[in-house]
Ligand binder design. Sequence first.
Ligand code: CDP
Length: 224
Amino acid sequence: MKKPPFLIVAIDGGAASGKSSTAHALSARFNFLHADTGSYYRALTAELLHRGVKPTDAQSVRAELADLKFDTQIIARDARLKIHGDRISDADIRSEAVNAAVSHFAALPDLRAALLAYQRGLADLARTHGFAGLVIEGRDIGTVIFPSADFRIFLHADPHERVRRREREGQADAVAERDRLDSSRASAPLTCPAGAVAIDSTHLPLIEVVERIARLITVRRMES
Ligand code: CDP
């Protein structure tokens, strides 16, 4: 039987729109490498806060970024960012301080540029490690990082439902404020890419969201 083509699935959406759960399920189903790029912005934010840098001080951000080295640890099917060989803990990247600062750092073009080549390089990393594809989620994946991805998905959900999701996870998170900052910034704003498949997950269970995307992938694999 012919080997299925290597596929790139880009998933974008606002805070708590269901990107991570959806990407995680697709990764397990199709043996795709999973990249949660929000966790990369969070890890960089935690590192810069630790170094005493403020997002308002663009010059210091630039100077610190020049000193940072990135590589990847693959845990099961997850591509985790390592900075200087260390992985920042999940508790640290999900702290309230990071929740409050991440969108301010993410609005800086220098910081986005620092992660651009790293994120694109994950496709080759996935190929090298024998994965059948890459499922990569964030805010600008279908618009900037992989505009020619095989599938570009945009997840919507009602803002109240998204706040409730975060509360159920026991997290204090300024969902609306992050959305406002992410959508209004000049550099790679959060927006539904033209031609993307838009899915509203407000009243749709996760399993249904995953099924819709899985069907698209299965059809593509059968066609090739
Ligand atoms: O916690 P949630 O899943 O809602 O967000 P996240 O995916 O962890 O991303 C945290 C923050 O990183 C976002 O609010 C954006 O400011 C930034 N981000 C970005 O600017 N571009 C991406 N591709 C991914 C995240």
